[in-house]
Design a protein around this ligand. Sequence first.
Ligand code: WQD
Length: 337
Amino acid sequence: MSKTVFLPGGAGFIGSHVAAELLTLGYDVVIADDLSNARGDVIDRLEQITGRRPAFYRIDVADRPALTAVFDAHAIDAVIHFAGFKAVGESVEKPVAYYRNNLGTTLTLLEVMAAHNVKELIFSSSATVYGVENEAPYTEDMPRGGCTNPYGWTKAMIEQILEDACVADPALRVVCLRYFNPVGAHESGLIGELPNGIPNNLMPYITQTAAGVRKELAVFGNDYPTPDGTGVRDFIHVVDLAKGHVAALCYTAKHTGWEAINLGTGRGTSVLELVDTFASVNAVPVPYHIAPRRSGDLAVCYAATDKAKRLLGWQAEKTVADMCRDSWRWQQHSDKL
Ligand code: WQD
């Protein structure tokens, strides 16, 4: 009897890659998404990749009657929660919308899960919960908080909500996966990141510059205390990240309680190193200029990965070159979708 996994927000960049892994492994997958930051045809492309089609509901996950109807229609065994707004800059301009949506979807989800006796939840958290007070490599026992934007605060608050829910109900099984910098795309070139408008994140800006969609990449600062002066990040291939979610699902099947676990490679790569690697593995120029620092940016951010290895038996395997190759393939294919 295969397990049914519900993916609120599962039509997005990370969710669709997790859905592909789960479908390939024989799980039944149910996706609910309002398509505010995703396209509905990702469902067709998931079927093209895996030969299996997830159930799909276009709903607002915060809408309790709509979400209840999904739980009534499917015997859901576990939930992986991706439903939330995720643009750091936008969260500064629209904090109320971010708190309403990110907390609202979570609270409704918890209520409907409880009403249907569903106890397993994996939450899409973020390294931003480490804030500015902690120093890399980040370990999961470090204090949460000191976030530099409302988006990061929503992730920290939701982790707290989930911790409190686990104290109230010891039968709950919750893992908060703290993503570092997800990049890359499925090797098929059929699913990947679809940023709305001008990309905030580095890799989509690089691929759009290489494709001529953007004129030039602005490198935000080269005067940081790092080897080449540019920011250092823990870039992790989205397929490695997806496999980390499957490993977390196996963990919550056997363990109650609340855990936070980093999903990163444990290696730092600078902005210029990523640009140079992308240009060389794809044999395509990436014009750039040095611009002033972006406010709120950290100099260095990368994960400690021991806990993921110990609890999940998982570690990232793909290289930065793999990330660059797969991102470029997706950029070239997504133009034609
Ligand atoms: C990476 C580096 C920039 C764009 C954010 C969120 C995090 C997660 C990933 C959701 C930095 C530099 C960037 C550009 C640049 N998102 N950069 N020119 O800020 O590390 O993390 O995205 O979960 O929560 O905080 O990612 O890709 O924006 O920046 O020089 O046009 O690239 O200064 O050093 P970040 P990023």
